[in-house]
Design a protein around this ligand. Structure first.
Ligand code: CA
Length: 420
């Protein structure tokens, strides 16, 4: 808290855009504002010069919008609520840029139907804020692993997620690159947002599909491991060597020095706990990341109480590391290991009936009910998945209760229901 003793955030950034070997114009655009820590890549589409105009308009509008960002609260105290303020600003800004592009297309009929993708990344202290629409991508290279932070909004990805086609079949599908979301075609657009804590050594890549369609993930990683200021040129050279059938844009920055020493949100440890959790089964990597934007990390000492029976708890918890025990009326009724929820899962404000205590030093993720509500409101895809998971969990618990009742009934411990 405060700025005392904080290390500076030092980054190196570079970007390049290339027309490629087959196209006659470059419809990609990027924004590299190292001073204000704002970065973006946009890939345009549309007849005449529509694609170029849409992508240029997108990154220009984003740059101009930055003056309206209110980030003082977050810089003062990096709470989940202050983080949400920045994420909501990003999402609203991207949504309003979609309207700006559409108005321009209405005003100039030859630009009718123009649109673009947009990936916008904002760095504040050790927090990386991301907004994403379309099929450009953002990658994070951390300690030898390349993470794709975004999920393509394309027809191919949709078929793959729905389990309709396999990866091989999607690769052959003629409509695989058709966008399911873009800025411009509609006045409003659903924006994916994410938040990741970054640390020294992290490398971030923003790129258009012209790069990742030509260059494999392992080659991307190899080229990102070199000097960040040379990386965009090296990435574009690799795409050209592979045929560069499309425009290619790469924006790279490396965190050389950072205020955050320990990363919780977006870390491999948290990802592993979420993957282990039955609650988040079937979530994609990008969805697991998006869920974390509303979570706070909480460290517990051995013996520390997380929840006390009788308290109103307006949050639910997920164990990331360590072990917790659950108590009711002085009796231990369960334990919670990494991936398990701890405490009440319901979103009702009833006082909790159980106490939860850390048996070992532990790290838990805290999801406040207010933040869950806001996320469900803003991300319909995640909302549907979380509702389905909650229903499945409820059905499972209900089945357990019915089983227990049936066993008690067989043993003659309780009378039968109905009019037997
Ligand atoms: Ca493209």
């Amino acid at each position: 808290m405060g700025t005392d003793g904080q290390l500076p955030l030092r980054i190196r950034a570079a970007a390049l855009s290339d027309i490629g070997l087959r196209r006659t114009n470059n419809e990609d655009a990027f924004l590299l504002d190292a001073e204000h820590r704002l970065f973006a890549v946009s890939d345009g589409m549309g007849g005449h010069s529509g694609g170029e105009i849409a992508s240029a308009l997108a990154v220009d509008s984003l740059r101009q919008a930055l003056a309206a960002l209110r980030d003082q609260d977050y810089l003062c105290k990096a709470t989940v609520a202050n983080r949400q303020t920045i994420l909501q600003w990003l999402a609203q800004t991207v949504d309003s840029i979609s309207r700006t592009i559409q108005l321009r297309a209405v005003a100039e009929p030859q630009l009718h139907g123009m649109g673009c993708t947009l990936d916008a990344v904002l760095l504040r202290d050790g927090g990386l804020f991301l907004a994403h629409v379309g099929d450009s991508r953002v990658y994070l290279l951390r300690q030898g692993t390349l993470y794709q932070l975004t999920e393509d909004h394309s027809f191919g990805q949709m078929l793959l997620k729905a389990g309709v086609l396999t990866q091989e079949e999607v690769a052959q599908h003629p409509q695989r690159n058709v966008l399911t979301r873009a800025l411009g075609p509609f006045p409003n657009v659903q924006v994916d947002t994410a938040y990741v804590e970054v640390t020294s050594g992290d490398v971030i890549l923003l790129c258009s599909d012209g790069l990742y369609n030509e260059v494999s993930p392992s080659q991307l990683q190899h080229l990102l491991e070199g000097d960040p200021s040379q990386a965009p040129a090296a990435l574009i050279a690799a795409a050209r060597e592979a045929g560069a059938r499309d425009n290619v844009t790469a924006l790279v920055f490396k965190i050389d020095e950072c205020t955050v020493r320990r990363v919780v949100i977006g870390s491999a440890l948290v990802l592993a706990a979420l993957e282990q959790s039955s609650f988040f089964a079937g979530f994609s990597a990008s969805e697991l990341l998006r869920v974390q934007q509303i979570a706070g990390g909480r460290e517990l000492a051995a013996g520390e109480l997380l929840v006390e029976a009788g308290q109103q708890v307006a949050a639910f918890f997920l164990v990331v590391s360590g072990q917790l025990s659950i108590w009711r009326n002085g009796q231990q009724v369960g334990i919670a290991n990494p991936g398990d929820p701890a405490g009440e899962l319901s979103l009702s404000p009833e006082p909790t009936a159980v106490s939860v205590r850390a048996d070992t030093p532990a790290l838990v993720l805290e999801f406040s009910h207010a933040a869950v509500g806001a996320l469900l409101h803003s991300d319909s895809v995640l909302a549907a998945k979380l509702n389905a998971a909650a229903l499945k969990r409820l059905a499972h618990r209900l089945r357990n209760v019915v089983d227990v009742l049936a066993r008690h009934r067989e043993a003659g411990l309780i009378p039968a229901f109905g009019n037997e």
